[in-house]
Design a protein around this ligand. Structure first.
Ligand SMILES: *[C@@H]1O[C@H](CO)[C@@H](O)[C@H](O)[C@H]1NC(C)=O
Ligand SMILES: *[C@@H]1O[C@H](CO)[C@@H](O)[C@H](O)[C@H]1NC(C)=O
Length: 215
């Protein structure tokens, strides 16, 4: 039965334009407990299962603000300046490394006792093939701050504006229902939205649902 269904998806993929993989954007911040829970319990497991079928797009910034302090632009983060630092180091990893490497690094940092501590960040860099020196250089050179400004722009340009962290957006179009569902079970939502269902999605589709999809 499943083989037959997969064949249908493959065929419809061949004849339709919409065969692209799904873009999954996550707006979050390094120290918010719900973000930590989401990255470690939803995002990373989903990435491990069906990472090849999604385009992961991580935007560490969240509810931070850019403020003008006597002519100098500064960041104020919800959980203090150490959170801004954690966001910056993650932004550096995203910019400098492959999605595989940066996602492993971010998962490692987010499941550590403190995602803003140099000790854990360096330990995670060491264990995921990322050069800690390159992340430190990204920070000291000012590149990290530039990346945070880009994340600030993207976050501020969200429509409607960001209310909660984490917020999940699929294919650049915010949908409150999908966001709510994704916070509970990201993989189920991704499997629902993907046109071509990878094997890991099989458990989300029992024969009954599949029959309804055919008819
Ligand atoms: C990371 O690796 C470097 C080079 O091997 C080592 O000097 C450093 O102590 C390691 N850092 C941590 C926190 O394990
Ligand atoms: C952010 O947006 C502002 C105006 O919308 C623009 O001037 C600025 O260059 C942008 N910064 C980055 C880093 O994209």
């Amino acid at each position: 039965m499943w083989k037959y269904i997969k064949l249908i998806f493959v065929l419809s993929c061949t004849y339709e334009v919409q065969c692209h993989s799904l873009k999954v954007s996550l707006y979050y911040e390094s120290l918010c407990p719900d973000c930590i829970r989401f990255v470690t319990k939803q995002l990373f497991p989903t990435y491990k299962d069906i990472g090849n079928d999604i385009k992961l797009d991580l935007i560490p910034f969240g509810k931070a603000k850019v403020v003008n302090e006597n002519g100098k632009l500064e960041f104020i983060c919800q959980h203090g300046s150490s959170e801004c630092y954690g966001n910056e180091i993650q932004s550096c990893a995203i910019a400098l490394y492959s999605v595989e490497e940066s996602t492993e690094f971010i998962y490692c940092a987010m499941k550590s006792d403190d995602p803003s501590s140099d000790y854990y960040l360096e330990t995670c860099a060491n264990s995921t093939g990322i050069s800690w020196a390159s992340l430190v250089k990204c920070h000291t050179s000012g590149q990290g701050v530039e990346l945070l400004f880009e994340n600030a722009n993207r976050t501020e340009n969200l429509q409607p504006s960001l209310e909660f962290v984490p917020t999940v957006v699929f294919d650049d179009s915010f949908d409150q229902t999908l966001d709510d569902e994704a916070i509970e079970d990201l993989e189920a939502v991704v499997c629902k939205l993907l046109r071509y269902k990878p094997d890991a999605c099989k458990s989300y589709f029992n024969d009954e649902v599949v029959l309804q999809m055919i008819h």
